[in-house]
Design a protein around this ligand. Structure first.
Ligand SMILES: NC(=O)c1ccc[n+]([C@@H]2O[C@H](COP(=O)([O-])OP(=O)(O)OC[C@H]3O[C@@H](n4cnc5c(N)ncnc54)[C@H](OP(=O)(O)O)[C@@H]3O)[C@@H](O)[C@H]2O)c1
Length: 245
């Protein structure tokens, strides 16, 4: 890779939205660190696809809920690429259950991954991102929907949005943009697994476009925010959801 090539860390890039983001940023010219928690085969498929088209990519295992994980990912990326321009906080988990039935574990796991992982990644980015870089974090359109069973998950994503807006003000002086992308329903494992067909159909019909989002729809929004045309967009939550809210 050249000294001027942009580089990105994408958490949770072994499948779904994160895999599409890693592929899209590589297509845009980034060298990519693709993080994953357990799905090594998926992460390897992503980096092999990037390498097969001449790109530079590595896969790094790490549970972002672990306090030491993010510093290690930044260390590896720094050593491999020499610079880090873009952080995409994509990895996330969702456990849908009513507040009355939610366990402490439901609460703690979602907080540890969705807030703890994002906080520590933002801290590393604040200290190590190249001037003019970008931080993009996945929120969710459920933050504004107040639907039953989404209480804890939506609360974690509201926290991501709050940290995004504050960090944008802290990093603006270094030309670093900080934004959130809030997808509506996207046809990935996180959304599809465990839902009856009838529920998926009714959620699909509720969207003005009459379809679910695709990982590539969301990757396109991330590409814009990470790219040259997004340099004056900061402190925003971009609701990429086909107009559902
Ligand atoms: N799908 C939707 O409808 C939707 C809507 C709004 C927002 N979002 C948000 O978009 C993001 C991606 O969702 P998705 O639908 O693509 O999910 P997904 O298909 O379930 O993929 C999740 C990815 O995150 C990784 N991951 C999970 N826990 C991790 C951890 N502790 N440490 C490191 N990586 C971890 C997984 O890695 P392994 O496979 O290795 O476990 C996988 O690569 C999430 O933040 C989600 O909240 C999704």
């Amino acid at each position: 890779m050249t000294e001027t090539q942009k580089t990105a860390i994408v958490t949770g890039a072994s499948k779904g939205i994160g895999a599409a983001i890693a592929l899209r940023l590589a297509q845009d010219g980034h060298a990519v660190l693709a993080n994953y928690a357990s799905n090594e085969a998926g992460a390897n498929q992503v980096i092999n696809t990037i390498r097969s088209t001449g790109g530079h990519a590595i896969a790094v295992k790490g549970d972002i809920a672990e306090p030491s994980c993010m510093a290690r990912l930044f260390d590896v990326a720094g050593k491999e690429f020499g610079r880090i321009d873009t952080l995409v906080n994509n990895a996330g988990v969702m456990h849908c259950t009513s507040v009355s039935e939610a366990t402490d574990e439901d609460f703690e796991t979602q907080c540890a991954v969705n807030i703890g992982g994002v906080f520590r990644a933002m801290r590393e980015a604040a200290n190590r991102l190249t001037e003019g870089g970008a931080v993009i974090s996945m929120s969710s359109s459920v933050v504004g929907l107040y639907q039953p069973t989404y209480g804890i998950y939506a609360a974690t994503k509201a926290a991501v949005e709050a940290m995004t807006h504050v960090l944008a003000k802290e990093l603006g002086p270094r030309g670093i943009t900080v934004n959130a992308v809030a997808p509506g329903p996207v046809g990935t494992d996180l959304f599809m697994v465990g839902k009856p067909d009838a529920m998926i159909e009714s959620i699909t019909k509720a969207n003005p476009f009459g379809r679910l989002g695709t990982p590539e729809d969301i990757a396109a929004a991330v590409s814009f925010l990470a790219g040259p045309d997004g340099r004056w967009i900061s402190g925003q939550t971009l609701r990429a959801n086909g107009g559902v809210i």
